[in-house]
Design a binder for this molecule. Structure first.
Ligand code: UGA
Length: 431
């Protein structure tokens, strides 16, 4: 099929490249000319596992291209995916500005088309947005009738940053929210080569499935962190408890890794948006609110543990190992490291920080701390090191590294499980 995708970010580009590899003809649309030029020269503008190689191949085989001309791309395609961002506003609601502008641009394309077109919302939007915000714009600007001249679907994504391409190509399920049968049938054809169950549902159920999925995963993390805090008191290892719980197939082991709390551009934003949406609909969001509350406290629990060792942090040198919200990315959005550094600075500590990918981004947030080129340099002469992101290289912390510290204290906010007898290694939620 001829497919156009609006937005070449962490969702649009892996999806577009994945669809091209399944035999579709894909045109990616972006307002950023530089990004468009990069893609057309076979260069991948974002950091994602396996994406650069496949993107280059698809561009060279002329299965994938990019443009800034929305109207033309829509006119020449059968179906359009909307994959632009929905960032969080200060009040926790989602910002629909990009969605609305991109929808208007797309509607101009639909206006100039003679044949039936399907518009698919892939961006994360709260329930009823497609029906109440997006469809009215499409109808008004195109002058055409939804359900007759064009169809609409809501097709949420479940991609993780870093492994988005593989998550796209091998999904657990494909959710198709449809305005009507014809819209859903058309979208289902796009996924013909995928080996995943396809669920057809309403537009607003699809929208809610996305929020409920992310919120439940976030809740699993907060729950295991709460259990972990209990484990710490009892002197037992929360990872053993998680393994024991996770052997129950009804519960499952994933997303039960306790640590310094969840971050990223999705969980914190989506849980907050769901809370706001529930409140607006007179539903008391007790569990989802607690998920955020537990997470907020969890983020600086590492500092609490540090203070058990050093009642005053004044002039203590603390190394932060890991700044990204998870390994495999340079993304620091909502990363626990941001709050941990603020708290340490406020308590008078000198902070040294290291991350293999995310230093540049953190410098914009915390320009006034010292950044080092290796973890060894960060922990050298420090009074303690806090592991905030579980980058594999931190497994290599050696006895020699410990000897270089003023005091050999390491507190793991992510379980690295290295055992060094001549230093003190504490876990956030394990002995
Ligand atoms: C998440 C979801 O996993 C995706 O399914 C979803 O599509 C995406 O949000 C989105 O809405 O776009 P992502 O934010 O990329 O993906 O990252 P995850 O790998 O899910 O990790 C999120 C956070 O939870 C990280 O800070 C991670 O360290 C933390 N985490 C994860 C834990 O603390 N414990 C765990 O067991 C798992």
């Amino acid at each position: 099929m001829d497919i156009s995708i609006v937005g070449t970010g962490y969702v649009g580009l892996p999806a577009g490249t994945g669809l091209a590899s399944k035999g579709h003809d894909v045109t990616c649309i972006d307002i950023d000319q530089e990004k468009v030029d990069k893609i057309n020269s076979g260069e991948c503008p974002i950091y994602e596992e396996d994406l650069p190689e496949l993107l280059e191949k698809m561009v060279s085989e002329d299965k994938l291209r990019a443009t800034t001309n929305t109207e033309e791309a829509i006119r020449d395609s059968d179906i359009t995916f909307l994959a632009v961002g929905t960032p969080m506003k200060d009040d926790g609601d989602i910002n629909l500005d990009y969605i609305k502008q991109a929808t208007k641009d797309a509607a101009h394309g639909i206006k100039n088309k003679d044949s039936y077109h399907v518009f698919v919302v892939k961006s994360t939007v709260v329930p009823t947005t497609t029906e109440e915000e997006i469809i009215p714009i499409l109808e008004e600007v195109s002058g055409k009738k939804v359900g007759k001249d064009f169809g609409v679907c809501m097709n949420p994504e479940f991609l993780r940053e870093g492994t988005a391409l593989n998550d796209f190509l091998e999904p657990d399920r494909i959710v198709i929210g449809e305005l009507d049968e014809k819209s859903g049938e058309t979208l289902e054809k796009v996924y013909e080569g995928f080996e995943a169950p396809i669920m057809r549902t309403s537009l607003k159920a699809a929208e809610l499935i996305k929020y409920a999925s992310n919120s439940l995963l976030a809740t699993k993390i907060s729950f295991i962190n709460e259990i972990g805090n209990m484990c710490k008191e009892l002197g037992i290892d929360v990872y053993e408890v998680a393994d024991g719980i996770g052997m129950d197939s009804r519960i499952e082991r994933s997303f039960l890794d306790s640590g310094a709390g969840f971050g990223g551009s999705c969980f914190p934003k989506d849980v907050r948006a769901l809370i706001n949406f529930m409140e607006k609909n007179n539903v008391d969001p007790k569990i989802t609110e607690s998920t955020i509350e537990v997470n907020e406290k969890q983020k600086t629990r590492l500092v609490d543990l540090l203070e058990e060792h050093y009642p005053s942090l004044e002039n203590k040198t603390v190394a932060i190992l890991g700044l990204a919200f998870k390994p495999g990315t340079d993304d620091i959005r909502q990363s626990p490291a941001i709050d941990i550094i603020s708290e340490l600075k406020q308590k008078g500590a000198d902070v040294k920080a290291y991350d293999p990918e995310a230093i540049q981004n953190m410098k914009e947030r915390h320009p006034d701390i010292e950044y080092t080129e290796s973890y060894q340099k960060a922990i050298e002469n420090s009074n303690a090191a806090l592991i905030v992101t579980d980058w594999a290289e931190f497994n290599q912390i050696s006895r020699k590294d410990l000897k270089s510290m003023d005091e050999a204290l390491i507190i793991e906010g992510r379980k690295i499980r290295h055992k060094l007898d001549d230093g003190i290694t504490k876990g956030i939620n394990w002995p």
